[in-house]
Design a protein around this ligand. Structure first.
Ligand code: HEC
Length: 117
């Protein structure tokens, strides 16, 4: 009887430890999650971050390195249609909070440009 209890206890411990281990694995960056949650990846690839656009249109740029090339302020304003890039508004408006937008653009600033084909 005692052995059975010990066995059960060990099983419970293993499950609990597993849970803790997974909870502690570093998540993907917050801004990357905003990017995928906001469905930016429906149109845009970010090759260097392993993101493939669902729709592959060649006039939709890969966003790797974009924040380094433009600048964070401009990109933020562009995404809420307060500013244009190449004389055009962005086709989609970002619907999240300013904090989410900040995280998103901060993360975009960390991804490298896709290698030229
Ligand atoms: C419906 C498709 C679509 C969605 C969704 C979309 N975009 Fe875009 N985006 C485009 C297209 C098309 C362009 C190019 C517009 C142009 O050339 O005027 C663009 C341009 C951009 C640019 C400027 C790139 C450059 O090289 O000038 C940035 C930055 C950008 N998008 C970020 C985002 C982010 C971040 C999201 C998610 C919040 C997003 N986009 C969602 C279609 C989309």
């Amino acid at each position: 009887m005692k052995n059975v209890l010990l066995y059960l206890l060990t099983a419970v411990m293993i499950v609990a430890l597993y849970g803790a281990a997974f909870a502690n694995t570093p998540d993907e960056p917050a801004g990357k999650k905003v990017f995928t949650d906001a469905k930016c990846s429906a149109c845009h690839s970010v090759q260097t971050a392993g993101i493939e656009a669902k729709m592959k249109k060649k006039d939709t740029p890969d966003l790797g390195g974009i924040v380094t090339k433009k600048n964070a302020e401009l990109v933020k304003k562009y995404l809420v249609k307060q500013e244009k890039i190449n004389d055009k508004n962005h086709p989609a408006q970002f619907k999240g909070t300013p904090e989410e937008l900040a995280k998103l653009v901060e993360w975009l600033g960390t991804v490298k440009e896709a290698p030229k084909k």
